[in-house]
Design a protein. Structure first.
Lengths: 116, 111
């Protein structure tokens, strides 16, 4: 089946540890995104990538890092520098890049990260 | 002022009712608009894109008013299964890649 997968669904981490969240898509989408969602807040963009081997910071990139070595994969590392990492993390992808057009984004099922 | 503003609700309506949500956006240069639906503890899913001419998909109708910078979503004949949070989403001007999400309006449809 085509789609976006994220693993794990639930993740618990001790304070001070780095952790990597997986995001894979087999939709042949060009662009991929990472968001976090906190209760009562809208989705906030962490990082995005429009093409392999390139990525840009979003609105709240501090304490996070990403890589885009393959078109299908866009892992997110939550580092110990992230002050408040407990949140629902959502990965999304978009089919194509067309100048001046914001095309629809499709989301994976999310990873719920809890820092103990 | 938030870039995208929505009434958080909840809107409690009986089955069969018609309910409307509005969303306002601050940047007049925004070009693309969407409504997403998000169930509790799940990912957002695209409900519909919003076009200048308005568009309808079954019981759902979306309208865009560029002059007043608001978007609306009308749900007719509400079903229990419509209970969810509805997210208003607007493109970020200046880039084709970024979207700005509202905090969502919660709808609860009851018997």
């Amino acid at each position: 089946d085509g789609g976006i997968t994220q693993s794990p669904k639930y993740l618990f981490r001790k304070e001070g540890q780095n952790v990597t969240l997986s995001c894979e898509q087999n939709l042949n989408h060009d662009a991929m995104y990472w968001y976090r969602q906190d209760p009562g807040q809208g989705l906030r963009l962490i990082y995005y990538s429009q093409i392999v081997n390139d990525f840009q910071k979003g609105d709240i990139a501090e304490g996070y890092s990403v890589s885009r070595e393959k078109k299908e994969s866009f892992p997110l590392t939550v580092t110990s520098a992230q002050k408040n990492p407990t949140a629902f993390y959502l990965c999304a992808s978009r089919p194509r890049i067309v100048a001046g057009v914001a095309d629809t984004q499709y989301f994976g099922p999310g990873t719920r990260l809890t820092v103990l | 002022r938030k870039e995208v503003e929505q009434d958080p609700g909840p809107f409690n309506v009986p089955e069969g009712a018609t309910v409307a949500f509005n969303c306002t956006y601050s940047n007049s240069a925004s070009q693309s608009f969407f409504w997403y639906r998000q169930d509790c503890r799940k990912e957002p899913k695209l409900l519909m894109s919003v076009y200048s001419s308005g568009n309808e998909d079954g019981r759902f109708t979306a309208q865009l008013n560029r002059a007043s910078q608001y978007i609306s979503l009308l749900i007719r004949d509400s079903k229990l299964s419509d209970s969810a949070t509805y997210l208003c989403v607007v493109s970020t001007p200046g880039t084709a890649s970024k979207l700005t999400f509202g905090t969502g309006t919660r709808l609860q449809v009851t018997l």
